[in-house]
Design a protein around this ligand. Structure first.
Ligand SMILES: Cc1cc2nc3c(=O)[nH]c(=O)nc-3n(C[C@H](O)[C@H](O)[C@H](O)COP(=O)(O)OP(=O)(O)OC[C@H]3O[C@@H](n4cnc5c(N)ncnc54)[C@H](O)[C@@H]3O)c2cc1C
Length: 401
């Protein structure tokens, strides 16, 4: 009998496993792949705050970013730059491996090649059913369970927690670049409908080319890679294409008796950028705090564990909802409208004034979104769009006090 079973050895699952093991709990992690990070399509860009929080080895850092070029559909671009590094590009499979290794060192037990198929609530514990070696069913018992299985929705749904229905779909490949020295972001309906594509320098000549979009990302990534090859921006594709999805809205309920949901499985991801590592870890921290209290008192009822959702909502709910409506606004625009807004931003130097604002951070986007739409020159042209998401955002602007 374990204290906690964690389903998924991704970054949030292994982080929670390490913290709970550090507190002295008997923790078991069940992971369907043979090793951590095997199938990840994630770019691995995180902020300094996140880097410090994860306490990771700097050898995982492939590059730092203090500037970026953002391309409009027309091909025009604006460059944003700050003095200090704003983001760190990590060896992402390496991050999953390291987090799992750190958790193991603290005493957590890991079972790989063990996909979980069902969670059963018993009277005083939870039984987790998994397919183990040679397709045999293995049963694991624990006082409680954390679902940290990423964008896979089945387990949370079968636990009666509902289902996330809105996703963006992503794909990425490793590439060799010619002279890409800063992060490049490409927008446009033919490039990445509803989202954006990127080329990220990952140290030396290495890079990561990828995108998030609505629908199937494969044809868009193929087209992007072809274009970058023709432009001689990249010279070769050095890996398979990896695919993944990100939830755009949180799961409505992230707890029940003896059970919590964290990370992508709970929808703790920024719908503006698709970044989920930082928010997932913030929520994993809350999950660990609550479980520690509840395991100590022996009260693991849905009622007691609902505190987890209250706490993470307090941290992120407003932020995620503003980000979501900003995403909705953006994905409703056609290329002409994006170009128009882009031109206004450049003409009035809105990006420059936002860059000097203390509100702009790599992880928290809501303030900068609201600051941008408050901008007079932008407001005039946004008025014409009369979009419902915009009305939602405008209603959230608080007067400066
Ligand atoms: C293309 C793309 C690019 C991205 N780039 C960034 C970025 O630059 N920065 C950033 O912060 N975020 C990025 N993200 C998001 C980020 O990858 C996720 O938010 C983050 O990985 C979430 O961590 P997690 O632990 O919740 O889930 P995951 O990392 O998905 O881990 C879940 C684990 O659970 C395992 N699993 C699933 N089902 C089962 C099961 N039934 N039984 C056992 N194990 C199971 C999986 O194999 C996996 O190992 C990106 C996402 C995509 C798709």
């Amino acid at each position: 009998m374990y204290d906690v079973i964690i389903i998924g050895a991704g970054v949030t699952g292994s982080y929670a496993a390490g913290e709970l093991a550090r507190l002295g709990y008997h923790v078991c992690v069940l992971e369907k792949q043979q090793q951590p990070g095997l199938k990840t399509s994630c770019t691995g860009i995180i902020s300094r705050e996140c880097l410090e929080m994860l306490e990771i080895d700097h050898s995982l850092i492939q590059n730092q970013a203090r500037s970026a070029r953002i391309f409009a559909p027309s091909g025009k671009y604006l460059r944003i730059e700050r003095e200090d590094a704003q983001a760190y590009i990590l060896d992402r499979p390496g991050l999953d491996r390291l987090m799992a290794h750190k958790a193991q060192q603290k005493g957590a037990e890991f079972h790989f090649s063990t996909p979980v198929t069902a969670i059963r609530h018993e009277n005083r514990h939870v039984t987790v059913e998994a397919t183990a070696i040679q397709s045999e069913t293995a049963l694991f018992k624990a006082r409680c369970v954390i679902i940290a299985c990423g964008a896979a929705v089945g387990l949370a749904q079968s636990a009666g927690l509902g289902r996330i229905r809105e996703f963006a779909h992503g794909a990425q490949a490793q590439v060799e670049c010619t002279d890409v020295s800063e992060v490049e972001i490409y927008s446009g309906i033919t490039t990445a409908p509803g989202f954006f594509a990127w080329l990220v320098p990952a140290g030396g000549k290495q890079g990561k080319a990828g995108l998030l979009c609505r629908g199937n990302p494969r044809p868009y990534l193929t087209a992007l890679l072809d274009r970058l090859l023709k432009q001689n921006r990249i010279t070769s594709i050095t890996s398979d294409i990896r695919y993944g999805s990100i939830p755009l809205k949180p799961l409505s309920r992230t707890y029940s008796d003896r059970l919590l949901v964290i990370g992508d499985a709970a929808g703790q991801v920024k719908p503006t950028s698709g970044g989920g590592i930082y928010f997932g870890i913030l929520c994993a921290q809350q999950a660990v705090l609550i479980l520690d209290e509840c395991l100590k008192s022996g009260e693991l009822s849905s009622d007691k564990l609902s505190q987890y959702q209250k706490r993470w909502h307090k941290l992120l709910k407003r932020e995620l909802s503003i980000d979501y409506w900003a995403y909705r606004f953006y994905q409703g625009l056609d290329d002409k409208q994006v170009d128009h807004i882009f031109n206004i931003i450049v003409k009035h130097g809105i990006h420059e004034s936002l860059l000097t604002s203390p509100d702009i951070t790599f992880d928290w986007h809501s303030m900068v979104i609201l600051d941008a739409i408050r901008h007079r020159s932008l407001q005039r042209s946004l008025e014409k769009l009369k979009a419902a998401p915009l009305r939602f955002l405008e209603a959230r602007i608080r007067p400066r006090g």
